[in-house]
Design a protein around this ligand. Structure first.
Ligand SMILES: O=C(O)CCC(=O)C(=O)O
Ligand SMILES: [Fe+2]
Length: 352
């Protein structure tokens, strides 16, 4: 039974495809390796969610300087995080044909994809041609509809049940952090004064992606699971494999490997938060490197503003998340990549 998509099966047969970068050109692995500064990993900010009131300036600094931090004391039971990883492995070990058929008819709630992390709103893979194929497969779930989703496969149903539980923690963490960031930025007008909810962080838009990056043995070249990009979200929350590294973030023009630390979540600022903060906070560039020996599983949560609400800032012309997403999808279709994200919305004087 072959569980990998046909386009990724060569990895098992020791024939690596050409290395590509985000422009579709060959990368220079030696340069990338030299650029690594492992020391930096030790400097990745660590924020304690249970002591957030004492961590305000550290949190603010992390979002300004890194756009990225580790979160500890997050309140998600370790057993739940381990179960999610284990159950994800069960799902991916199903045959490719089974996975492909698994989400039929439910594409707005759940979809299976491979070869690219870029999807349309209905869950179809958005590729810009074979040169842009990534070494990745995944499932995508819309958290707003996860309770109603009725998968046929027991492996998917078990994962769904875990996700329902996990989703409550993700909403809680995203809302808590967003509230704190908005206060630090003195943008309390972004919160609803009665409920402290916000249409600028709408938990119904939450989306969970579960990725498997296959290993690529016998390769001296660097290979990418996901090329360099920023997230379009307000915030992203990542639970990565305990053992296998792969995630790298850009800090001071250097790529830093974010080593896996058990029971730690990774948070990154996305494009929408960068715009809302007038570029005070950074939507961080990151990428995922393929491991030579071990496959890697990661579970990523993205949360967005309500699709129609206007994002106003001094740096960009007013836009809604729906407009932003449409532009990103157009760019990916035409070029294979999310070209420039926020810089597609430059502010003109007439926008005042
Ligand atoms: O798998 C990871 O560690 C990160 C994935 C990612 O960056 C994304 O989906 O945007
Ligand atoms: Fe990302």
């Amino acid at each position: 039974m072959e569980s990998l998509p046909p386009s990724l099966r060569h990895l098992n047969h020791h024939q690596a495809p050409p290395t590509i970068n985000h422009n579709g050109n060959s990368t220079n692995p030696t340069k990338d390796k030299d650029n690594q500064d492992q020391e930096y990993d030790l400097a990745v900010p660590i924020i304690d969610l249970q002591s957030l009131s004492h961590e305000k300036s550290k949190l603010d600094e992390a979002c300004k300087e890194w756009g990225f931090f580790r979160l500890v004391n997050h309140g998600i039971p370790l057993t739940l995080l381990n179960q999610l990883q284990d159950q994800a492995k069960q799902m991916f070990s199903l045959s490719f044909d089974t996975k492909q058929a698994s989400c039929n008819g439910n594409s707005t709630t759940a979809s299976y994809f491979w070869g690219t992390p870029a999807l349309t709103t209905s869950g179809t893979a958005l590729t810009g041609g074979p040169q842009n194929a990534h070494l990745v497969e995944g499932f995508s779930f819309s958290m707003g509809q996860i309770s109603q989703f009725q998968p046929q496969l027991p492996e998917l149903e078990s994962f769904r049940l875990l996700l329902v539980e996990y989703g409550k923690h993700l909403s809680r963490i995203a809302t808590t952090l967003f509230e704190e960031l908005v206060k630090s930025l003195e943008l309390k007008n972004l919160l609803d004064p009665l409920s402290s909810k916000s249409s600028y962080l709408d938990v119904n838009t939450g989306n969970v992606r579960v990725y498997r990056y296959p290993s690529c043995p016998d390769s001296n070249d660097v290979r990418w699971g996901i090329n360099e990009h920023t997230d379009s979200s307000v915030l992203s929350i990542l639970s990565q494999d305990d053992q296998v590294s792969g995630l790298e973030v850009l800090k001071d023009h250097k790529w830093v490997t974010v080593k896996p630390i058990p029971n730690t979540m990774i948070i990154n600022i996305g494009d929408m938060m960068q715009a809302l903060s007038d570029d005070t906070y950074k939507s961080v560039f990151h990428r995922v490197k393929i491991n030579n020996n071990k496959e890697r599983i990661s579970i990523c949560y993205f949360v967005f503003p309500d699709g129609d609400v206007k994002i106003e800032s001094s740096k960009y012309k007013p836009f809604s998340y729906n407009e932003f997403r449409a532009q990103v999808q157009k760019d990916i279709k035409e070029t294979g990549n999310k070209v420039a994200g926020l810089s597609r919305f430059p502010r003109n004087n007439k926008d005042n």
